[in-house]
Design a binder for this molecule. Sequence first.
Ligand SMILES: N[C@@H](CCC(=O)N[C@@H](CS)C(=O)NCC(=O)O)C(=O)O
Length: 226
Amino acid sequence: MTRPAEAQAQSLVRPARPIRLYRHALSGHCHRVELMLHLLDLPYETVDIDFAAREHKQPAYLAINHFGQVPAIDDDGVVIADSNAILTYLATRYDARGTWLPRDALSAAKVQRWLSVAAGELAFGPAAARVVVLFQRPVDATEMIERAKTLLSNIETYLSAPQATAFLAGDTPTIADVACYAYLAHAPEGNVSLAPYPAVRAWLGRVAGLPRFVPMASTACGLNAA
Ligand SMILES: N[C@@H](CCC(=O)N[C@@H](CS)C(=O)NCC(=O)O)C(=O)O
């Protein structure tokens, strides 16, 4: 049960108006942000960026994110691009209890470690392999799939160690879990099976079981096409 003081603290940190999210519905980077908005129960509105029309490379969108990528948010005039930067902002700004991005040095470092994984091994492994299949890119995905398998195997070892915690950076969920969820859950769309990784699948299940969880849209491609 929420104590009155806690409820009051939470009510102090609400956006003045819905946060605008610039996104693409099949982007795991965008799903991170959308999931966080839901988990924090924040009001938001979406603006779908038309990749086919290269809307993300037109001056209007480049004024929002000069990298020409989604996601970006506009929170009452505060414009932020980059999914992990946005997660950091939302948790710091709107999570009154500070559990999604703990402030103490060790916990913060543990979270950052996984944000780095999300921007590194995850982006160049399962996320890249999925893009090749999803958008029918004429490139050889072998290396990406190998990177994905190495990453999954490392996470499997980490999550099945005797001292393993329920979530990536501790016993409670943090933005580390939010950042890593979508591209691991959707790895089969890039021809990467999750079957050999029971601890990873159990962790994905714990994230999907969080109150207010929302999934990313699934596509019938890769291993899902069968
Ligand atoms: N570091 C960025 C990467 C975002 C990213 O790669 N977005 C993709 C969609 S999933 C994109 O906009 N790609 C278009 C492009 O790079 O031109 C983040 O974390 O937000």
